[in-house]
Write a protein that binds this ligand. Structure first.
Ligand SMILES: Nc1ncnc2c1ncn2[C@@H]1O[C@H](COP(=O)(O)OP(=O)(O)OP(=O)(O)O)[C@@H](O)[C@H]1O
Length: 240
């Protein structure tokens, strides 16, 4: 479903990703962990086609990420990046939903039902007629997430999705991720620094450092304590 082969990404003289190869398990949640600057965001931006890569190849549902396939692949992916600008701030939440939903090719009838369903799941009825620019960080985060899944993507990529979310909203996010995985068979990749959140959603963990995979753990029932222990062991090995 998502295959990364020998990926290298440089920013001028910084090697952010050094020859990474991974197959992401379909219909599962994979969390990418690692210290600041370890290459998490660069990896997922490369998978989303938002960065030009220097070497290697990325395949989504068998299609190689390149100029020719980009728009086809984009219709299969939903992404939400931290501090992203994927919403129009001067128009309302509802107008954003309709604009981006139609842009992704969803027909009006299906889009209306999908929006109604997600409004109920996320309890955001009171935000619909607000301009995005007036929303709080957490409210915007929810709206971004809903916008990203309007077209029922096969793949969902979330960059530090708990940022700015209160306790109830985090719980809703956990429920939504689990629902997308189980009932909509979405393959989900998440970067996060929050161990408790990750253990509530993740099936697999990829530990990065200096753009290299340090370890992969595929264990559905990792407790927060054991995840933190693994993290400390992995990064303590070479002094953090
Ligand atoms: N636009 C850029 N120009 C130059 N260097 C960059 C750029 N973006 C990222 N980098 C560098 O690439 C490396 C990986 O950065 P990246 O943002 O992928 O890390 P990260 O693991 O997501 O970090 P964090 O946990 O802090 O979000 C870092 O050394 C970073 O300084």
């Amino acid at each position: 479903m998502i295959e990364v082969k020998n990926l290298v990404k440089l920013y001028k003289n910084v090697t952010a990703i050094q020859n990474i190869s991974i197959n992401f398990e379909p219909c599962k949640v994979t969390c990418i962990l690692g210290p600041n600057g370890s290459g998490k965001t660069t990896l997922i931006k490369s998978i989303c086609g938002l960065l030009d890569i220097d070497e290697g190849s990325i395949y989504i549902s068998g299609l190689q990420m390149n100029e020719k396939n980009r728009s086809k692949i984009m219709s299969k992916i939903g992404c939400v990046f931290d501090g992203q600008r994927n919403l129009y701030w001067r128009v309302t939440v509802l107008d954003n939903f309709y604009y981006f939903g139609t842009l992704k090719g969803v027909n009006m009838h299906t889009l209306k039902n999908r929006i109604d369903d997600l409004i109920n799941k996320f309890e955001i009825k009171s935000l619909l007629n607000r301009k995005v620019g007036t929303l709080s960080l957490g409210e915007r985060q929810k709206v971004s997430l809903i916008t990203a899944i309007l077209h029922r993507p096969e793949v969902l990529i979330l960059d530090e999705p708990t940022n700015g979310l209160d306790i109830v909203s985090k719980k809703q996010l956990v429920d939504l991720i689990n629902m997308l995985k189980t009932t909509e068979s979405v393959t989900i990749i998440i970067t996060s620094h929050e161990s408790q959140f990750m253990t509530r959603v993740s099936d697999n963990y990829i530990f990065l450092k200096n753009g290299i995979i340090q370890s992969i753990i595929s264990e559905k029932k990792l407790t927060q304590e054991s995840l933190e222990k693994q993290y400390i062991e992995i990064y303590a090995k070479e002094g953090g």
